[in-house]
Ligand binder design. Structure first.
Ligand SMILES: [Zn+2]
Length: 373
């Protein structure tokens, strides 16, 4: 089999060489057309190679042993299983559209300056504004369920969810005691984004979770970015900017990938993006200083793992879809390799305030995200 494949490969090269020779023999005036044909043929061969490589998932053994031996790899794999296809849910997406003020959103997008080309970017900016200003609420401590005071709430501890809370994918319940009236308030941390349409409050986990569903509900290609140091945000693919663009709903932040390193002063090790079409290592886009040691897995194993998961996600896609996604990967890889170019590329405002915007001062300080370190 290997021999036959090799034979076919050599045969193709011989044929191409033959075509090039023919091209060189033609009269000058005919050359342009022939050149186009040859270029198209080369491109076609390249596409075939990309698709073949993606469809060839032969390293299952290495994957299995990595998952067995490395906890970080296990976590990444489990995140990919949970996140990559999570938001491809028509019913959930329809629920979002039922709950929001589409008229306000669309009229605000129309009112923004721009062209047809950057419509999607304007829509995402408006969704960030709407989500933060009109829809979702930040919650350090919940209001007291008895007297509605939120200033005098003290954490008592954590509990498991009750049956009702478990229905909505709640992992943990924080409990608070009100110093004014003595009542106990439960704050269930829901993971079900549809439940969040109703509760409309939370911290970065809830914000990112529901905002991902918002983006998907509008048919916007997006990814969930996970950072090992307890933060999550989103990215969407801008057909106008032709790249993945950072968006953080907690901060109403559009294309400001350096805010965590520069403005929050956050120390980070890994940032990984999870999407329908693959998993990508995007640390270089976000971690521009205060890099924590990347000692959880060898760089080679991490690259292998992400590529393995990505191949599996793309298994059932069409050839042209696989090729499109591979081209994007390649482009992103080059952009990230250039490193400092992200800053120049980013279109976000240059006067971002110091420190994190969401959350109370003491909460931000505890997390080292107030920009004061
Ligand atoms: Zn109270």
């Amino acid at each position: 089999m290997a021999c036959l494949a090799e034979y076919n490969k050599v045969n193709k090269v011989i044929k191409l060489n033959h075509q090039i020779q023919e091209y060189l023999n033609t009269k000058t005036m005919d050359r342009q057309l022939d050149f186009r044909q040859i270029a198209a043929r080369f491109l076609d061969l390249y596409k075939q190679k990309v698709v073949r490589t993606t469809r060839n998932i032969s390293d299952s053994q290495r994957f299995q042993s990595l998952i067995r031996s490395n906890e970080f790899a296990r976590n990444i794999f489990s995140l990919s299983q949970n996140l990559c296809s999570r938001y491809e849910n028509d019913i959930w997406q329809a629920r979002v559209l039922d709950c929001i003020d589409l008229e306000t959103i669309y009229s605000n997008v129309e009112a923004m300056q721009g062209s047809e080309d950057d419509y999607l970017d304007r829509l995402v900016k408006e969704l960030l504004r709407y989500f933060k200003r009109d829809f979702f609420k930040w919650c350090d401590k919940p209001e007291c369920s008895n007297c509605c005071d939120s200033e005098h709430q003290t954490v008592v501890g954590h509990q498991g969810p009750n049956a009702e809370e478990r229905r909505f994918d709640c992992g943990v319940v924080e409990t608070y005691k009100c110093q004014s009236c003595g009542s106990i308030t439960r704050f269930p941390r829901y993971n079900d984004p549809v439940k969040l349409l109703e509760t409309r409050k939370g911290r970065c986990g809830e914000w990112c979770n529901l905002f991902m569903l918002f983006l998907k509900a509008f048919g916007i290609e997006s990814r969930y970015v996970w950072n090992r140091e307890d933060h999550v945000w989103c990215e969407f693919y801008s057909t106008h900017l032709k790249r993945w663009v950072h968006v953080d709903s907690c901060e109403q932040s559009f294309d400001e990938p350096h805010i965590y390193s520069n403005n929050w002063g956050k120390h980070m090790s890994y940032a990984i993006a999870f999407g329908r079409g693959g998993c990508s290592e995007v640390s270089k886009r976000y971690i521009v200083k205060n890099q924590l040691p990347r000692d959880q897995i060898s760089e080679d194993d991490l690259q292998f793992l992400l590529s393995f998961i990505t191949k599996r996600l793309r298994m059932n896609l069409s050839d042209s879809e696989i090729y499109k996604l591979s081209c994007r990967d390649e482009q992103e890889r080059l952009q990230l390799m250039k490193g400092d170019s992200t800053d120049r590329q980013a279109t976000g405002s240059s006067s971002v305030p110091q420190g994190r915007q969401s959350g109370s001062a003491s909460w931000k300080s505890t997390r080292g995200e107030d920009g004061k370190r």
